[in-house]
Design a binder for this molecule. Sequence first.
Ligand code: SF4
Length: 224
Amino acid sequence: MSTAQTLVEMYEAMLARFGHQGWWPGDGPLEVCIGAILTQNTNWKNVEKALNNLRGARAVSISALHQMDHETLAGLIRPAGYYNIKAKRLKNFIAHVYESYGEDIEAFLDRSVSTLQQELMPINGIGRETADSIILYAAERPTFVIDRYTCRIMVRHGLACLEDDYEQVKDMFETSLPEELDLWKDYHAQIVAVGKQYCRPKAKCDGCPLESFPHDPAADQFIQ
Ligand code: SF4
């Protein structure tokens, strides 16, 4: 079976198990951007608490976040963890948007994948995965998001090597799958569901929706 066919069949198996995931949670593109920054190294429940605090403080706008002092912002997003670092990252992102586009997050996002990547990546604290999450889920432009779950599952299924970097794994998905925005959005969400429930550092293959595909749960033992 070709890589493309395998990836499509893996998606179908995950979709059949979990149903469409409807990602990304968040009310509007700015909340999606904020969530993408806050979700680094924490779970979504904690991000949701931080977002609720921001909503309660009427702080979900570019100008409100831009004007807010660091301590107040860090206090509001405290439930998301690493709140001082994340407050700085969020302020960096907001300052970048504000300086060029004012309140208009839609105008900032309404550009090509490569343009957005070139603008987002140099912002201090916006890594490759966060930039792609913002582009895929907030800008709704086709770019595939790679995270540690994706790498772990692909290595265990022999579709990626331990040495492959972000771009190589991303390229495999983008050249194998039809360029369909909803498919790319939901594919990443399905991978996260498998990664959280089954493909943990110690794999629980029994009952996993990808169990019928050839796999070696110890293939990544050196990078867990
Ligand atoms: S838990 Fe096992 S079957 Fe499921 S994705 Fe990981 S290696 Fe594959």
